[in-house]
Structures are given as C-alpha cells and as structure tokens.
Design a protein around this ligand. Structure first.
Ligand SMILES: [Zn+2]
Length: 355
C-alpha cells in the first residue's frame, strides 16, 4: 500500500439543482460529495428551475451557494433566445456561458443560428462558452468558434465522430477544448439492459467502438478534461414512468481514474492534467492555496450501492472493483474530508470568481 499526494480536482460540469430541485441535490449535499471525491472546485450548471439566465436568478443561486457550499464553486449563466448580450459585470461573475443546442433535462435550449451568433459576438468571459452539442452541431459550433475567435468548450463528448471533428479543429489551431464524462468511458450501450433507467443520461451511452475512440482521445491529449456531468435524481424518480436523464458521478471518478492508472491505461500525470491542470487553465481558475489530496493506492474495495454523500445515494458504477481510495482532502490547510467523513462546514466554500 502506498500513499500518494495529488493536486485537488476541478469538476467543470456539475448539476447542483439550485434553485428549484433541492430535493435532488443542493450546495450542502453536492459539495460534500465533491470533497469526498477529491474535488475542491466545481462549476454548477444553469438548467435549474427557473434556469439561471439573468442577474436575479444568478443571485438566488449564488446566495444559496455562499450559505451552503463546503467546497469552492462557480455558477454558469444559461443562454436563451432573449438574453444576449449579457451584462459584462454578470459575465465576470459567471463560471462561463452554457448553451444547450441539443435537448436535455430542463427547458433551456437555443434553437436559432441568430441567437448563437448574438451570444458568440457578445460573450467576453473570463469563462468560456460551453456547449452541449451533439452530432452535426459539433462542427457547427467549431465554425462559430472560428468565426468569432471565441473559446468553445464542448461538454461531455461521447461519439467517435465528434472526436474526429474536434481533433481536426485543434490541428487547425482553433480555440476549442472538450471534456469526456466517466460514464462514457466506463459504460456503453451494452450496459443498458443491466442498468435500465440508471443508465439513462444525455448524451446517451454510446457503442463499444465510440468508447474505444474516447479512450484513445483521452490518452493522446485530444480530450482536455474529465468532467463528471454529475446529474443527481432520486431513486423513485429514476424508477417512475418518466425517468429523468442523468447520473451522479462526483464520488466515483477518482477511484475509476486511479484504476485506469493501475491498469496502465493512463499515467498519473495524465490524470492530474485531465482533472486539475487543464480545467484550471481553460476556465481561468486559481488553485486554492495549501490544498491537496492523499490517496491510498492498493486498497481494494467495491463501489457500494449506498452510503454516498450525494442526496440520491446511488451510483451507476456500484459493484465496480477499484484499487485506490481517497483518504483525505485538504482545502486551504484544513482537513475538509477524511476517511468517509466530511469536515468542511456549509458556508466555508468560496466563489471561484472572487479569488
Ligand atoms: Zn450536464
């Protein structure tokens, strides 16, 4: 058994369900899950209810986050057909601008090219434009990145054909980056009969062939970040007649990645780049001072059905055998998580755009 010290992780794609879905997750339970998974900075998506599309709703989410968060957080603004241009002062407070081009959970969706052009013309950041784009919408967003010289970050890329488009854009020097979610690396459509509604998310699980291309793209550096797309829903919601898409992921990503290191599918340097260095650079985030993870390598255990910090308390990876365990998360010199217990208090987390 060896202990390893690693930089704390950033998760640029998390659903905190605030406001309006707090029974699924809020900043209290969600940031506890983050610390238990080695994440000290998370960026929260705006497809809430109501969606975070103006200063008033942004303030509602930011006030709840300031009171409840146990780790550091940023909050995205969502693009609508009506809200471009967004106030520059509000842009500076946001994690980034999220544009939903494809259908997903919630009502946020942009449907016209003119709206896309308005947002691409007006966005100044510092966070990037993050797009949920699948299939043909990937090259469309690459063209917009080129036309407006705007950094576009592709959320949860899941298909081999999309990787081909992004690799080619990067080779041409265009300002694009992308993330892949653990469920698209560790699961594919062959797992659907076993998982049922617990394997339903957007984008849907892909083929074994897609999964191979994603792994190759992670290893070769075409993929910049691993982001969980942590999208919590309760068991009774998943087992209802209309199960919502999405799976939790904050607490299972680090053990899965360290398993990949032990299996020599990834190096530890690649894991650090994918979970810490790259997302901090791409989203203009400062690493919190005196913060690190302590991980025990060689500790065999099975990811459990229950006992998670996330409010829905289930995982699509339950039953997976892993060989590494997070022992400690240290944030700003304090033990924020240790051996199954979250010590950081609600309200101790900071807004990543305020330091
Ligand atoms: Zn998402």
């Amino acid at each position: 058994m060896t202990m390893l010290r690693l930089p704390t992780m950033v998760d640029v794609h998390v659903h905190m369900r605030v406001p309006g879905g707090e029974h699924k997750e809020d900043f209290d339970s969600g940031t506890a899950a983050a610390l238990a998974g080695g994440v000290t900075q998370l960026l929260a998506m705006p497809n809430t209810s109501p969606p975070i599309v103006d200063a008033a709703i942004f303030d509602v989410a930011a006030t709840q986050a300031a009171a409840q968060a146990r780790c550091d957080y940023g909050i995205y603004l969502g693009a609508t057909d009506e809200n471009a241009p967004l106030n520059p002062a509000l842009q500076r407070r946001a994690a980034g601008l999220k544009i939903y081009v494809n259908d997903t959970f919630g009502t946020l969706r942009v449907e016209s090219l003119a709206t896309m052009q308005n947002h691409f013309r007006a966005w100044r950041g510092p966070g990037p434009i993050v797009v949920h784009a699948e299939g043909l919408f990937v090259p469309a967003c690459i063209a917009l990145a080129a036309q407006y010289d705007q950094h576009v970050h592709f959320a949860h890329i899941s298909r081999g054909s999309e990787i081909v488009a992004i690799r080619s854009a990067k080779e041409r020097g265009l300002p694009v980056s992308c993330e892949v979610a653990p469920h698209h690396l560790w699961l594919d459509e062959r797992d659907l009969p076993r998982l049922g509604p617990y394997g339903d998310m957007r984008p849907r699980l892909a083929t074994e062939g897609d999964r191979k291309v994603l792994w190759e793209a992670v290893r070769s550096g075409v993929v910049d970040c691993i982001a969980t797309d942590h999208a919590p829903h309760l068991r009774e919601e998943k087992e209802s007649n209309s199960p919502p898409p999405g799976v939790p992921g904050l607490e299972t990503t680090l053990p899965l990645l360290l398993n990949a290191v032990q299996a020599t599918r990834l190096t530890i340097e690649q894991v650090v780049a994918l979970t810490a260095t790259n997302p901090r650079r791409l989203f203009h985030l400062t690493e919190p001072a005196e913060s690190y993870l302590e991980v025990e390598i060689g500790a065999l255990w099975t990811l459990p059905e229950r006992g998670w910090q996330t409010r829905p308390d289930w995982s699509p990876f339950a039953g997976e055998r892993v060989a590494a365990r997070l022992r400690r998360t240290v944030l700003r010199g304090q033990i924020a998580y240790e051996d199954g217990v979250v010590h950081a208090a609600p309200g101790s987390g900071r807004d990543v755009r305020e330091y």
